[in-house]
Design a protein around this ligand. Structure first.
Ligand code: AMP
Ligand code: MN
Ligand code: MN
Length: 335
């Protein structure tokens, strides 16, 4: 089947492009919603909001992600978590698979093999680097979050955004906008609409973003204490980076590790920030890398060139090798 519904970067995203998602939902009697590996609140908020909407219409739905095997603690009180099933229990054949907030099949991890067992694969996303791997693609690269794309789809589908669905949508909106730092006209209108359902925006943000065990503080001291500034990177715009080894984060959760980039990226002297996170035992030297940029650099392009993907101002990739080699490759990619 020919892929439909994707938008070029600079085209406005219209209802006709969203309508293909509604058509796919209306044609399905069994649906699997897949979130990305190492899930964040945008992919889980999207997955659960869509799961709740489908369930209310009497459509059989499973929601899942490949790894890790448990939902990060900060997301466990989102509405709809009863729809989550372990990866090995995800159906092998369904009418429709919907992927949410996934830029490529690689982000599905071990669940990528389920795509072949679906009549239709609907990709709902906002990543600039999206590879458009669905039979139907609804990718609004200007959207603040995948949950913001879903809010528009729900309106078109005549699906009420009630308090539970609003909670899930707000979770993705507040986290992917960096607590409303990266916004555009309309962002606050959507936030206001979700808040008007009676959700507690302050509590949702605190639970997802401002809630760390005490051990987070000494970990930050160690990791930030070893941060480095490469002043001449990207023609003098500067790169700041920090390295997070397994031993530094022993006993801490993904929320603690993912928060580090938000501190490192504040360094005035650097346009680009990177955090190298060791994912395997040190002998294997495997790293997940987070990239952020303030303005001048499109880190989505940089990360895609290094085998990953993302957005203009937030992207990532994985790599292996000694840390000095990774820093050198990143500096070379930045130019
Ligand atoms: P993170 O630094 O993990 O918060 O990721 C920032 C952005 O880059 C997110 O939108 C991710 O979806 C994307 N991203 C991170 N890691 C990868 C990867 N290995 N492959 C593709 N996209 C990635
Ligand atoms: Mn995400
Ligand atoms: Mn997102």
């Amino acid at each position: 089947m020919t892929a439909t519904g994707s938008s070029a970067v600079d085209e406005p995203f219209g209802d006709d492009q969203l309508k293909v998602a509604v058509d796919a939902f209306e044609a399905a009697t069994s649906v699997t919603v897949l979130c990305h590996v190492q899930p964040d609140a945008d992919t889980i908020g999207s997955g659960l909001a869509l799961g709740l909407a489908l369930e209310r219409r009497g459509i059989a739905v499973q929601v899942s992600f490949a790894e890790p095997d448990r939902l990060p603690a900060s997301m466990r009180d989102l509405p709809g978590t009863d729809l989550l099933v372990p990866a090995d229990e995800v159906a092998r054949a369904v009418d429709l698979i919907v992927t949410v907030d996934c830029g490529s099949t690689g982000r599905l991890g071990s669940l990528a093999d389920r795509l072949d067992g679906a009549d239709t694969v609907l990709v709902i996303d906002h990543h600039r680097s999206n590879t458009r791997f669905g039979t139907v693609n609804v990718i609004d690269v200007k959207a603040e979050s995948t949950t913001a794309v879903l809010a528009r789809i729900f309106d078109l589908w005549d699906t009420e955004i009630d308090r539970d669905i609003a909670h899930c949508l707000y979770a993705g909106l507040v986290t992917d906008t960096g607590s409303f730092r990266w916004v555009r006209p309309g962002t606050h209108v959507l936030a206001e609409r979700l808040l008007a359902t009676g959700i507690d925006g302050g509590a949702i943000a605190r639970t997802l973003l401002d809630n760390h065990p005490f051990g987070w503080l000494p970990m930050l001291s160690t990791v930030l204490g070893s941060a480095q500034l490469v002043a001449d990177a990207h023609g003098g715009d500067g790169l700041v980076y920090a390295v997070v080894r397994r031993a530094d984060v022993e006993g801490l959760g993904s929320e603690e590790i993912e928060s580090i980039i938000d501190i490192v990226r504040t360094a005035t002297e650097a346009e680009v920030a990177a955090v190298f996170k060791e994912t395997e035992a040190s002998t294997r030297h495997e790293w997940a890398v987070s990239l952020r940029s303030k303005n001048a650099v499109d880190v989505s392009t940089v990360a895609t060139g290094l085998g990953g993907g993302g957005h203009r101002f937030a992207a990532g990739y994985t790599a292996s090798g000694p840390i000095e080699d990774l820093v050198a490759s990143l500096c070379a990619a930045l130019g």
